[in-house]
Ligand binder design. Structure first.
Ligand code: HEM
Length: 257
């Protein structure tokens, strides 16, 4: 982070581009996927949707890790991942009511972002192992519990994240949620990014919608797509999970004894 982009002075008014389109598409797809996966977690009927949103989330995390290395100025990890001293200084500036201004992510918010990415990775890997019944050297139950536990921690962290966005917006007199939609914040022209990478953002959307369409085609009650075999998909999805449910019920019975 340059000295210009992390100072205690108010940014010069004027709208500059801070978040490129891929970062914004990534963010709002993450919100959609996490919310959808959470809501469908307990339902056998919506299992394929839950799994599809999980796979999408995994791909989004992989994309964000790559974009954090090669992306635009404020998207790069090197621009916002800071050591404990910077986090402490930022927190002190808040307590002293002289908040340090950061054009990109602030050092404390960056910690939450890294934790959200790590949790999303853990949830999707454990979910994938569960769904595909990957043979593991430890009881399957542990994997399920790790999956559900990590999702609960992520939900709590999302709550903290949204609260921090609201508080930070008030403190800095800038609407951060709107900036994550428009990509723009107030600031001097020299701090803006030059390209929005619209084509890459559009490609991400097309890839995700295409994947969702393919998954929908393979759903038991999905469209009658040419290459799809709805009956086989139904047997596979339902059979797998009926077996899993009955194992779960058996385990619960053992626990109750
Ligand atoms: C499932 C829910 C959510 C998840 C998983 C999530 C995750 C994230 C992640 C990973 C980032 C970093 C973005 C990047 O650099 O690529 C971020 C930033 C951000 N998110 Fe969320 N988010 C969620 C919900 C929300 C909601 C509901 C809002 C709106 C109030 C919001 C507003 C923001 C803003 C404004 C930033 C940029 C913060 C800054 O200026 O430093 N997020 N979020």
């Amino acid at each position: 982070m340059s000295v210009q982009s992390a100072s205690r002075s108010e940014p010069t008014p004027g709208s500059i581009l801070v978040w490129d389109v891929p970062v914004r598409v990534f963010h709002w797809l993450m919100v959609l996927c996490f919310a959808g996966a959470w809501l469908t977690a307990e339902s056998e009927r919506w299992r394929l949707l839950h799994v599809t949103l999980g796979y999408t989330m995994a791909a989004l995390v992989v994309f964000r890790l790559v974009w954090g290395l090669v992306g635009t100025r404020y998207a790069r990890f090197s621009a916002f991942v800071r050591g404990p001293a910077a986090v402490a200084r930022y927190v002190r500036s808040i307590v002293q009511q002289q908040p340090e201004h950061h054009t990109g992510h602030n050092p404390a918010g960056a910690l939450a972002i890294l934790a959200l990415l790590a949790l999303a990775a853990l949830i999707t890997v454990t979910g994938w192992a569960n769904y595909n019944e990957i043979a593991l050297p430890w009881p399957e139950k542990w994997m399920e519990e790790l999956h559900e536990g990590a999702a609960s921690v992520m939900l709590a962290l999302v709550g903290v994240h949204v609260l921090a966005v609201v508080l930070s917006s008030r403190l800095h007199h800038e609407n951060l949620a709107r900036a994550m939609v428009t990509g723009r914040k107030a600031g001097p022209a020299s701090e803006g990014i030059r390209s929005a990478w619209r084509s890459l953002g559009a490609l991400m959307l097309v890839a995700v919608l295409g994947f969702w369409w393919l998954q929908w085609q393979s759903a038991p009650s999905g469209g009658a797509g040419d290459g799809a075999n709805p009956d086989a998909a139904a047997v596979q999805t339902e059979g797998k999970h009926a077996a899993k449910q009955s194992r779960r019920a058996g385990r619960k019975h053992d626990d109750d004894d």
